[in-house]
Design a protein around this ligand. Structure first.
Ligand SMILES: [Zn+2]
Length: 400
């Protein structure tokens, strides 16, 4: 049995004072507040740390030079790197890509899920920031890879080219490896696609979308329950024209991602979104890229396109914002700092709500019986240790 003694433990509805969390066989056994620690337990003394549920990032493309689209080794590298920022589970996230590339990713995801690496973050089914997004709102998504949703009349335009139907066939054949697909539902055939994906058990997310408020509401009625980086790359809210943002904020059945690096969405706007949806409707994400964790000026790739790390985000050569270079450690500190959330609410946005959205009943909360996926944060807000399945994932001397 392992006992982690901490300054405080973040429970689902409150924070303890000094307390000890007990782990056995990869699960949380008990949380002791004042009771004696069982004899024989191996005690990890982290008396200045706060314990929170391990972070679950439902939108991350890469980290430390690796992009999940670059093959099985890159996926493993990302999984091994993420616990350094407190992440214990993640959805490997693609940008729009050719069917062959998508197929490789989904096969890599399947394999990684079958053979988890000790001490690495859990590989969850993928999030496809898909081919079915609006070319006007694509951001850094490669325009050449965008396709209309499948239709009976769709034809590929030439040898080597592909249609939306080809993409959907790959998703269907690997639907067990897909958690979320981002779609612009206003595209022709968009609503039918929402229903097809729902029928496969996939969460459909509205994003990279130029939908009107009414179009977005119709998509939500058709089964959209997720929003991809709320505010970024979607029609904004104004008082007479609520856009996609207004539809998401006004619809309790939709949980919204927020890219909470402090640069992509103003902290005051994050507070507005949390007030509108409740903290149970918000999932904090990094949208992290291969540039995350690398020094400013480093060049790396996003879905095969060159990106450069700046002091705020990753940028394409033409300056287009191409995702973030943030980590969940930074996101936690933005939420508990400028946004002003309590650790209990920050843990909800960083772990509990993402787990609920993905129906991961045993993750996202520090309660007896849950999987022992835990992050320990020091008083400086830095991740001191992360446990995945009860196994300590970090052991560098400066952090042990
Ligand atoms: Zn993204």
């Amino acid at each position: 049995m392992i006992a982690i003694a901490a300054a405080s433990i973040v429970l689902p509805h409150r924070q303890t004072g000094a307390a000890t969390l007990l782990i056995a066989h990869g699960r949380i056994v008990d949380i002791l507040e004042g009771q004696p620690v069982p004899s024989g337990a191996a005690v990890h003394a982290l008396h200045d740390c706060l314990l929170a549920p391990g972070f679950i990032d439902v939108h991350v493309h890469g980290m430390q030079g690796a992009d999940v689209l670059n093959g099985a080794d890159a996926l493993q590298h990302v999984a091994a790197a993420l616990p350094h920022s407190g992440v214990t589970a993640f959805c490997p996230t693609s940008v729009a890509c050719a069917p062959g590339v998508l197929q490789s990713l989904l096969e890599d995801v399947r394999l990684a899920r079958r053979r988890p690496q000790l001490g690495a973050a859990r590989v969850l089914p993928a999030h496809l920031e898909s081919n079915f997004i609006n070319p006007v709102w694509n951001g850094a998504q490669p325009a050449a890879c965008l396709r209309l949703p499948p239709s009976p009349h769709a034809v590929a335009s030439g040898p080597g080219d592909y249609s939306g139907d080809d993409v959907l066939r790959i998703i269907e054949a690997h639907h067990d490896a897909v958690a979320i697909v981002t779609v612009a539902p206003e595209l022709p055939g968009g609503l039918a696609l929402v229903q097809q994906l729902r029928d496969l058990g996939i969460i459909v997310s509205i994003g990279h979308s130029g939908a009107t408020f009414d179009e977005a509401c119709r998509a939500i009625d058709a089964g959209v329950t997720h929003a991809t980086h709320l505010f970024n790359r979607m029609t904004p809210l104004t008082h007479r024209d609520p856009g996609v943002v207004g539809a998401v904020l006004a619809s309790p059945q939709v949980r919204a991602e927020i890219l909470a690096d402090g640069h992509h969405v103003h902290p005051a706007v994050m507070r507005v979104a949390i007030a509108a949806k409740g903290i149970a409707g918000i999932m904090a994400i990094t949208d992290g890229t291969a540039g995350s964790g690398l020094p400013v000026g480093t060049q790396t790739t996003l879905g095969g396109q060159r990106v450069t790390v700046t002091d705020r985000w990753a940028a394409l050569d033409d300056g287009t914002l191409a995702g973030s270079v943030s980590t969940m450690e930074q996101v936690w500190n933005v939420l508990t700092g400028p946004v002003g959330l309590s650790p209990v609410d920050a843990a909800r946005a960083c772990a509990t709500t993402p787990a609920e959205q993905l129906r991961l009943a045993e993750q996202g909360r520090l309660v007896p019986g849950a999987l022992a996926d835990i992050v320990a944060l020091g008083p400086d807000g830095r991740v001191r240790q992360t446990w995945v399945d009860g196994v300590a994932a970090l052991a560098p001397p400066d952090r042990a």
